[in-house]
Design a protein around this ligand. Structure first.
Ligand code: BES
Ligand code: MN
Ligand code: ZN
Length: 487
């Protein structure tokens, strides 16, 4: 999507002019046909609502669109403005129209609000048509441009900054949308290496032999059944103060999860190509930070493996030794995400001494049962960190809901033969998974685990995404860094 800033509508300006409208505040200066039409169709300006109609403006027929941005002065103001922009993009994406004008001046938008609308429009128009060779004309995207008219001072700069984040979200979506024969541990790393070229971010890659040396028996155990070698990828962005300890993001990157010997049932197994959505979000967030040259020190770690059944694969009952030295009885090879993450967590703590750690993982089906596709779960040993994330979640639209951790849950992981089992009992599956990870956090380092199992993929279009990969987590992490790290 091209974005162009213009001072005033010129001749040949787009046929559709869009205004952003606050909820229950229909502007008084609307042409009669539009004002009446909006009322008649119960358009109230709720976030994401759109109405359009034709109006005669000085002898010229224009198509005027109103997009609702909800109520002002809420924590989620920017997310609502994104919804307005996204709703416009969704409506005209394949409509035959090629451009729309956003009337920023009469919408009363400030610079960052303008950027939020544009962000929504751009994100909602993203599609991955890479493998489609036979799109019918009416399926093809026609809308390619938004012209911003009368943008306030600073809107262009805000958009430059927001664009970096949009690019990050799109990179995450690309990684998540790609099938597992295309994105596997090595190719995930290659795709990142290409994408981060020239950004100033530094990539560190560990292969099987190096991880073996470090004693990462948990992560490597998951990859044993796969013909694809495993990888640990660290993306370093050190844009902050010299001696400031970094923030660490750690992502589960299981590029395909068959369950291993504890094989998953066939129907729906194809979904497990997006079991690398946590790692995808980490890579996209790091790209956003690097492109906008964030004044922050952040390390993004992706634990990359493929979980396959094979003669070489782990068996239920096997005991493995993690990098931390703690031993794990693997009772279910399908509880593999925590095995990948625990070694990645140990490594990032040993290597970088982070001030705070946030991990993201499509960790448990139980998370979907609990929260569906509206919130990701957050589990934390630190209330301040949890609050910072919850706040960033509301602002960014990547919503979170907090769950408890407690010694009583932790006990469910005790094993008769090793330091712990990799599964708890029948109940509280998302919590016991989080407790497992908590056992690898050293010295009470503030840590939060985000179970994003319901969020990385959508079966139907949502606020700022079409069906498919959502890019969940990128805006959340970016907002979290903006709010909490003061260069
Ligand atoms: N990747 C899955 C979790 C998942 C399932 C994410 C469905 C998204 C949709 C994870 O590796 C897994 O298989 N978890 C098991 C854990 C169980 C064996 C304790 C689960 O949730 O069933
Ligand atoms: Mn699994
Ligand atoms: Zn998994």
């Amino acid at each position: 999507m091209d974005i162009e800033f213009r001072d005033s509508p010129e001749t040949g300006s787009p046929r559709i002019v869009a205004r952003i409208v606050e909820q229950d505040k229909l502007p008084g200066d609307l042409p009669l046909t539009i004002a009446e039409g909006a009322k008649a169709t119960r358009f109230t300006g709720k976030a994401g609502q759109v109405f359009d109609g034709f109006a005669d403006e000085s002898g010229k027929l224009v198509r005027l669109a109103l997009a609702g941005s909800g109520k002002k002065d809420t924590e989620s103001r920017h997310a609502s403005l994104e919804k307005a922009g996204a709703a416009l993009a969704a409506k005209y994406l394949t409509s035959g129209e090629t451009e729309i004008a956003l009337d920023a001046a009469s919408s009363g938008l400030d610079a960052s609000e303008t950027a939020a609308v544009l962000m929504g429009a751009r994100l909602r128009s993203w599609r991955w048509d890479h493998y489609r060779t036979k799109l019918r004309d009416e399926q093809k995207r026609t809308l390619t441009k938004v012209v911003v008219i009368g943008a306030p001072d600073g809107a262009k700069a805000e958009w430059e900054d927001a664009q970096a984040v949009a690019t990050g979200v799109e990179f995450t979506r690309e990684l998540v949308a790609e099938p597992a024969n295309i994105i596997y541990p090595e190719s995930f790393v290659e795709r990142c290496a290409k994408r981060f070229e020239g950004t100033g971010a530094e990539l560190v890659v560990l292969d099987d032999a190096e991880m073996e040396k470090l004693g990462m028996g948990a992560l490597l155990g998951v990859g044993l059944g796969s013909a694809r070698p495993s990888r640990l990828l660290a993306i370093k962005w050190m844009g902050g103060a010299k001696d400031e300890a970094p923030i660490a993001f750690v992502g589960k990157g299981v590029t395909f999860d068959t369950g291993g010997i504890s094989l998953k049932p066939g129907p729906g197994m194809e979904d497990m190509k997006w079991d690398m959505g946590g790692a995808g979000a980490v890579a996209g967030a790091m790209l956003a930070l690097a492109l906008r040259e964030a004044k922050a020190n952040v390390i993004g770690v992706c634990g990359l493996v493929e979980n396959m059944p094979d003669g070489k694969a782990m068996r239920p009952g096997d005991v493995i030794t993690s990098m931390s030295g703690q031993t794990i009885e693997v009772l279910n090879t399908d509880a593999e995400g925590r095995l990948v993450l625990c070694d990645a967590l140990t490594w990032v703590q040993k290597e970088f001494k982070p001030a705070r750690i946030v991990d993201l993982a499509t960790l448990t089906g139980a998370m979907l049962v609990a929260l569906g596709m509206e919130h990701a779960g957050v589990f934390s040993n630190n209330d301040d960190l949890a609050d910072d994330l919850l706040h960033a979640g509301k602002q960014s639209g990547d919503k979170l809901w907090r769950f408890p951790l407690a010694p009583e849950y932790d006990k469910l992981l005790d094993s008769p033969i090793a330091d712990m089992k990799n599964i708890g009992g029948r109940y509280a599956g998302s919590i016991t998974a989080a407790q497992f990870l908590g056992r690898f956090i050293e010295n009470d380092t503030p840590w939060a685990h985000l179970d994003v199992a319901g969020m990385v993929w959508a079966d139907k279009p949502g606020a700022t995404w079409d069906k498919g990969a959502t890019g969940y987590g990128v805006r959340l992490l970016d907002r979290f860094i903006r709010n909490t790290v003061k260069g």
